[in-house]
Each structure stands twice: as C-alpha cells, then as structure tokens.
Design a protein around this ligand. Sequence first.
Ligand code: 26V
Length: 822
Amino acid sequence: ESIPPIATPTHDVDGFVRQYLRELTYTQGTTLERASLNDKYLALARTVRSYLMARWNRTMTQQYRKQSRSVAYLSAEYLLGRQLDNALIASDLEQIAAEGLERLGLSLDELREAEVEPGLGNGGLGRLAACFVDSLATMDIPAIGYGIRYEYGIFRQTFVDGRQVEEPDNWLDNGSPWEIARPEQEVAVGFGGHTEKYTDDDGVERSRWVPGWSVLAVPYNYMVPGYLNGRVNTLRLWSARATHAFDLKIFNYGDYAEAVRAQTFAENISKVLYPEDSTPQGKELRLQQQYFFVAASLRDYIDRVLEEGFDLHRLPERITFQLNDTHPVIAVPELMRILVDEKGFGWDEAWEVTRQCFAYTCHTLLPEALEVWPVELVGRLLPRHLEIIYRINEEFLGQVRERSGGDEMLVRRMSIIAEHPERAVRMAFLATVGAAKVNGVAELHSQLLRDKVLHDFAQLWPEKFTNVTNGVTPRRFVRLANPGLSALITEAIGDGWVTDLERLRELEPLADDAEFRRRFREVKAANKDRLVRLLAARDGIEIDPSTMLDVMVKRLHEYKRQMLKVLHVVTLYDRIRSGELDPAQVVPRTVVFGAKAAPGYKMAKEIIALINHVGAVVNADPVVSQVLRVAFPANYNVTVAETLVPAADLSEQISLAGKEASGTGNMKFALNGALTIGTDDGANVEIRQLVGDEHFFLFGLTEPEASAIQEAGYRPAAYYEQNPGLRRALDLVASGEFSGGDRSVFEPIVSNLLYEDRFMVLADYQSYVEAQDRVEGAYRDEDAWSRSAVLNVARSGFFSSDRSMRDYLERIWHAEAVPVEL
Ligand code: 26V
C-alpha cells in the first residue's frame, strides 16, 4: 500500500494560520494566550520552514539520483544573518505571513525582531560565504556548504567608557528552529598519537596513523533556500561531542570529575568562533577546529559517494572542494591520507586526484595575515599529516629545482616549510601547490597576488591563477534590506533584477527623470527614518534624518583606516570651533561608525575609544553639533547593516591602496544608492570603473605610489610638519581635548601615527580632506547627487554574487545548474 505524501501547507493565509497554530500547539506546546514572544517566534520560524521542507527533501532525493557534478564550499565562517526574513522571501510568504499573523493579533515585524542572528563569522570572509551559498541555491547549482556550528559566534560588543567590552554571544539559548541535528550521521575525528609503518597483505610497505584521542563530529543541517525556485541546498555545520568511550570509561572508574573534564575538553573544539584575526597563528585550538571540520566534511562527502559505488579515482569529475582562505587547507593532506593510507592508492595517483579536487581562494595581502602553523604543533596534533606535507613539499621542491636549474634561493622562498623564525607550515603555499586553481577576490588583488605574495608560484604555473571578483546577494542586501527601493525598481523595470542584477542597467535613463529622482529621494528619506527608529530603540542614539549620512562600517583594522575618518571629523570640529568655517555654510552630516576589534588587538581598541571620545565631545559642543554629529552604535552586525546600508548617503572605503583584498560592504552601499569616497583599492577600482569617475570620490595614493614611498623610506612626521591642518588635528588629539585633558590617553595613537603609520594615514590626509570638501559641494546640489546615486544603483549589477558564482563555475568549478521542480 502506498502512503500518501504529506502535503505542504497551502500557500494562502488560511493554510498559513492553520500551520502556525499547529506549530504553536503541538511543537511549542503552548497556546496563543500563554505564548511568550519567543514561543511565537519559534512557531513562526517552524511554520515557514515547513513550507520549504518538501523542496529540501526533493533537492536531496534528486541529488542522490542524478549524481550531478557539485561544489563543496569549505569555510570556517558563515556570517548568515537572520534566517526568517530570507526564508520568507525565498518562499514568497512575506505577505501571507503578515496577514495570517495579523489575523491572530500578532505582528510579523515584532516577531522578526525576536530572532538572534547566527553570527558564525568575523566579517567579509564569512559574509561572502553566506552570499555564495545563497547564490548557488538560487542558481540551481548542486552545492553543499561545510563549516563549524560554533556554540558562541562573534562576541557581542558593548562600550564601557567608550571602550570595547566583549560579551559572549549565546545565540542558541532560545532554541534554534533553523537547524536539524543528524546525530546518527556523526563521524569520529582523530588527533595526536603516532604513525607506524607496516607491510600489507600484498607485501607493500605502508604507513598508518594511530590517533591518540578522538572526538565525534555531529552534523547539523541548515536550509539554504533558493529564491522562488524549487531548490533548497544544505549547509552542514559540525558540532563536537566527546566520544562515548571518552567519558564512559573514566566515569566507570568512578572519576566523575575527570569524565566531565574529558567531555568539556572534547567539546571545546566547536565552542567558540575565533575573533582573533589580529593573531592568526599560535592557537592550538584553532588548528583543532580546522582539522575537525575538514576531516568530518571529507569523510561525510566521500562516504556518500562510496555508498553509490562511486570509484574514487574519478572524484574530480564529481566535486570541487573550494577552500575559503587557508583555514580548511589541512584538507589537502587529509584527502591524501584517506586515498593512500585508507583506500590503498599509490602516492602519484592519489596526488593526481587530490590536486584536481581542490581550488583555493586567497582573501588577503597582508603578510601577517597569511597562516603558518609551527611544525612542532602539526607534528603533535596531526603526525601523519606532517609526514604527508613533507613528502608533498619534497616532490614539489624537486620540481622547482629541476625547472630552475637548482636555484636554491628560489627553493627556499617557495618551500611549504618556512625555516624562520621557527619551522612552520605555510598554509597558503600548501594550498597553492595542492589546488588546481588559485584565485584572488578582486582584479587588483589577483594581480598583486601574481606580482607579489605568490609571485614565484605564478611564474611556475601561470594558468593556475585567476580572478573572481566578489559579489553580494541582491536578495538580502537589496530586496530584503531595502523594500522601498526594491518596489521602486520593480515598478520601473519589473522584478527580474532580483535574480539578474545586470538588469539594473535599465534604470540608467531614469537617472535623468526628475520624478524618478524625487521618488528615489523619498525612499532614501524613508530608509533614514527607519534607521532613526532603530538607533533610538536599540542604542538610545538620536540622529537627525535631514543630515547627510556618512557611514563607515567594517571590522576595525589599522589598514582600513578608521583613523583617517576620525582625523577628518576632528578637522571639521577644529575648523568650526576656530571660526575658519561658518557653521551656516557647512552641509550638516552624521558620521556613523560600526566596528568590532579583535579582543587582543590593542591599537584597534584604542581607536574605538578615540572614536567614542571624539564623538562625545563633538556631540556635546553646542555649535559644532548643529552641523556635525558622530554615532557609534555598538555591536555592528548583519542585522544592523540591513537597516544602515539602505539609509546611507556616503560610503567610506578608505583603506590604504593595496591592502583591502576586495571589500564587499563597498558593493552593498553602491547597490543601495550611496556614493563612495574611496581609494584605488580592492573592488573600489571596479566600482569606480563601472559607475564612472564623476559619480565616485577618489582620493589617495595608488598602490605603486604607496609602495614607492615605503621603499624610499616613509617619514610620516614630515607630513605633520608640512601640513597645518593635519598638525592642528593631531595636536588636538594629543592635547587631551577628547580625553578630559589627560594627554596620556591617546598618546600611543599619536606616536604611532607620527613615527610609524604603517598604513600611511598621514600621507593620505590632505587628499582625503580635499575629497571630503568635494563631497560637500556635490551634496549641496541635491538633484545632481540623486542622479549620481541612481546611476550607482543602475551600474552596480556586476556586484551580484550570482555573477561571482558564474565566474567560479566557468573558470574553476565547471558544474551545471540542475533545476529542482517546485
Ligand atoms: C586581516 C588581518 C589584518 C590585520 C592583521 C591580521 C589579519 C588577519 C586576517 C585578516 C583577514 C583575513 C581574511 C579576510 O577576512 N579577508 C577579507 O575577505 C573579504 C572577502 O573576500 C574581502 O572582501 C576583504 O577585503 C578581506 O579583508
């Protein structure tokens, strides 16, 4: 007898209400009268999830049946943002949910606010991974994301006396309706122990690893719904559990405390996201995390294809493992170990397969951000992997010697093992050797990788290197974040742009339509009002929506140069106070900062304190505050970005040229009609090329100019001595003006700028201030400004992550869309 399929709830208000009450009653176990806000939110999340469940099941069944070529994205970070809103638009339920809830006396907007976003990433790299999985699902590409289910995501930031204080992010505390645990699919991951040689039954010498301890990796599946299509891909995040042997054996000996200690030790592995992008090395737990999720993911994927009877010699025909930076690079020796030690492959055939299965994306240019792991640590934690890395290196360096006629300097430079300051594995080199393709994340970045960071490798294998410029998902960052602009665009050109963002070009003629510009300004004004309400309710910050909104949001790093923005604010303050500027002549502006500093990054934390202190003085000044205010809401995250970005007039992208690999915030702002003030860095270069010089405020040194000055010997104090405006601004900071008269508070910042200034803030100061003066002039002509803003929107379609995915598919993955019927 066949069992009738369980029907998805009907796609109408009645069906929605019925399902909602079912969830509230039977899953949440409560009633409308008694339900807490969290109960109501959880029932809503599960209701929306139930509409997507059939798609998810169909996607998985089909993937199993068709065995299509697919992509596995390996990333230690996914900065997902709230799930409910995205699930609502993907399933076309926004309207129905709003009406259904209203019928029950509930408010969709209120329930949305109850969701704590999963902040399983630090910044751009993690958010990029989230955009990519969204695009893959929307484009019907068979893909799986693998990562770590951190129990605590990126810390919650608060300010005490203007200084950053970190609080734990308990995002799982109120329940997690978006995940499904699959404990029966757990896999064991070994660590430590030793390796041994033995002779197998055929008389062949082999090696094997005997781990000293192990932990279990339990998978949790998250839905990744495509936008209005039938596909729901999977994001599979691993959580660490102690093996049963681990705790029980000790427990049975009667040592309860020791049993708990062992359990805690094992489970620490997925406890917390590392926010320490200031010190990438030296964290043993971090290497454990990396191997933990990579080993579980490879095992998971390989077991699945083996179940089909698939021949692992053909693995590259089925899959590309995309390495999101070096964090998952230990996958290269892990796949070698599986093939050689476990599956009996010969070394050469295993290497052939491995090399073709991986591709590597590099996300940085800063030398100190390139991961290296001490050989001592790798040998202790992963002894077999270290042997394999040595052999990979040996064979690779043999090739280098042969090709270079024994150039030993070159051999040392290219070695996967660094000798100084300690013996360490250079993960970016291992990735480059082990991958079929290596890409940077914007044109300039990819070029600098070829010319500088990985120059020797690009000489050896020019065809291996390629570029894929980053992108952002238009679903979350336009359709969802900016409903007003979305409606205006759709009214003008139809709704095809949401999945085909180049169609925004059709808006170009409307930039010359006065009525369209007026409506565009209306949308911007409404978005500012929305931001005013958010900041008032969330932070008790008051801002004036009639002012120019000048926004700098991103992680706090010296190379991103929040300091330059502060010096501009101080300069405006000084010019107005000294009478040089008549406040009546100044375009009123609100400068908004959002930034978290790595907890151990001292200078970054000092800069946060400075921003807050300068803000307090500026905002308290009766004259200056008429035209200049600073707002620094704490705990900037994806949710805040969704309200902040659509409200912005001016986007600050002011890193020192050659330091920001790409940036992705820059793209979000342009797509939402902010104009950019920026350097010739990262994807700014491509944004400016596309929107046109007249609609972009360029300033600062170019990368070659900055490099040349550095090589000639950069002396920041010279700029201070020669530039009166700069001198006054820095003197003001040094004088204690912003620290209650205490000159010692910001002395380290001032000294650093005068005597080191690694990121050339002083060299770019004058150019920046002049560009800001141009911004003022331009903003005074409201109508011309909106014309530029509309053109920014119309010409930024290139920055859709759908386009990034097409580039990866063409240049690296070679997978095809496999539609899943709705
Ligand atoms: C940066 C730094 C800078 C200070 C010293 C230590 C350190 C360590 C790591 C990093 C960045 C790590 C990789 C990363 O997050 N890259 C970002 O990736 C984004 C997505 O491709 C890209 O848009 C950003 O430009 C890039 O910084």
